[in-house]
Design a protein around this ligand. Structure first.
Ligand code: NAP
Ligand code: GDD
Length: 329
């Protein structure tokens, strides 16, 4: 019988790449999806006949237990979360329910159903927040700067605690920002590459952004999901930073993205104070040495390659929509 994996958040960016990765390795893949009046399966449309979708919600402990009983997985990847930082300032309580307590519900579900299940928790470099040192490693203290980051820090420590208290094979992947053509449109990389494509095709003239000085350590999501799997295939559970080790500003991102389409970013980008956050994370840069040593971490796409891949994909997508008259000037 093939090994089985359950992915929460399979309809998100990372869930879709991880499902491809696990199917490619011959696993049977189950995806946990929440009920919605319209389907949100666009990112996994090409996989629909190869994955089994199970309805459950991180807010509902019983549904989580039933999903685990139904899938009988050997591996669980907990990717579901309210993942957009600005929304966490608007909806702090809901963010805590999904992003923090959702982790406890998954861990409790595993304790109840099968303690041998290996568990991956999607932790975040946002936990470093107002950074105490650079680059940030597994040993860097956390100083979260948003309700999202606070919720992720809770999920991280619950994962560590269930490993230490109950002997669960539970790993926390502290992943730095990772992007792709499947990234949600509100995140800054995709907002910029989608904006570039709209301007290039004459659908818009300006792009309104917030803090252009913020710096992030950006990589390609397809590379990062391989490390989630690698963590669960180790002999011992542990926590790992996954990052490129480089940092770039939003301004640099604009320069490269607009130039790829033959545009001058300074003629189109407008700074709009409404996108400035109540508390900002100014600088993230990760130290992935441990992942390199123990998991063989080697990203295949660099920063410029990532931005150009995303611009090219959005130019093609918007161009086709214009040609089909789905989008009009
Ligand atoms: P994403 O695209 O926003 O996907 C989030 C997923 O969570 C979606 O499938 C969403 O389902 C699901 N979800 C949200 N609330 C749920 C609930 N109550 N019950 C069940 N499912 C729920 O996020 P991503 O970029 O793929 O990131 C995956 C995970 O890694 C997240 O936990 C994120 O916080 C974390 N992370 C991401 C990055 C990054 O740079 N991408 C870095 C570090 C950590 P719907 O389709 O129904 O909305
Ligand atoms: N979204 C957005 N929109 N961000 C902007 C904008 C804008 O118009 N203008 C400037 N920025 C800046 C933000 O202030 C932030 O400093 C940076 O761009 C990146 O913002 P996002 O792309 O929204 O990502 P994030 O870093 O807040 O969070 C992402 O990465 C985390 C890992 O560090 C998310 O994927 C989180 O879920 C993830 O944990």
């Amino acid at each position: 019988m093939p090994k089985r994996a359950l992915i929460t958040g399979i309809t998100g960016q990372d869930g879709s790449y991880l499902a491809e990765q696990l199917l490619g390795e011959g696993l049977e893949v189950f995806g946990m999806v929440r009920r919605s009046s319209t389907e949100t399966f666009e990112r996994i449309a090409h996989l629909r006949d190869r994955v089994t979708l199970v309805q459950a919600d991180l807010l509902d402990q019983t549904s989580v237990i039933r999903a685990l009983q139904r899938a009988e997985p050997q591996e669980v990847y907990n990717l579901a979360a309210q993942s957009f930082v600005p929304t966490s300032f608007e909806q702090p309580e809901l963010t805590a329910q999904y992003t923090a307590l959702g982790v406890t519900r998954m861990l409790e579900g595993i304790r109840a159903v099968d303690k041998r299940i290996r568990f991956y928790q999607a932790s975040s470099s946002e936990m470093f927040g107002k950074v105490r040192e650079s680059p940030q490693s597994e040993r860097t203290p956390f100083h979260p700067r948003s309700p999202y980051a606070v919720a992720k820090a809770y999920g991280h420590f619950m994962t560590v605690n269930y490993r230490e208290s109950y002997g669960l094979f539970a790993c926390s992947g502290i992943l730095f920002n990772h992007e792709s053509p499947r990234r949600g449109l509100e995140f800054v990389t995709r907002k910029i590459t989608d904006g570039v494509a709209r301007i290039k095709h004459g659908l818009a003239r300006e792009l309104r952004l917030g803090n252009l000085d913020a710096r992030r350590d950006w990589g390609f999501a397809g590379d990062y999901v391989r490390m989630m799997v690698a963590m669960l295939r180790q002999d011992r559970p542990d926590d790992y930073v996954v990052a490129s080790g480089e940092t770039h500003s939003v301004r640099e991102l604009c320069q490269i993205a607009f130039a790829r389409a033959g545009l001058d970013w300074e003629r189109h980008v407008v700074v709009d104070a409404s996108f400035i956050r109540p508390a900002e994370v100014d600088l993230l840069v990760g130290d992935p040495a441990k992942a390199g040593r123990e998991l063989g971490w080697q990203p295949t796409v660099d920063f410029r390659g990532l931005v150009e891949m995303m611009v090219d994909a959005d130019l093609a997508r918007i161009g086709q929509a214009v040609a089909r008259r789905e989008l009009r000037h």
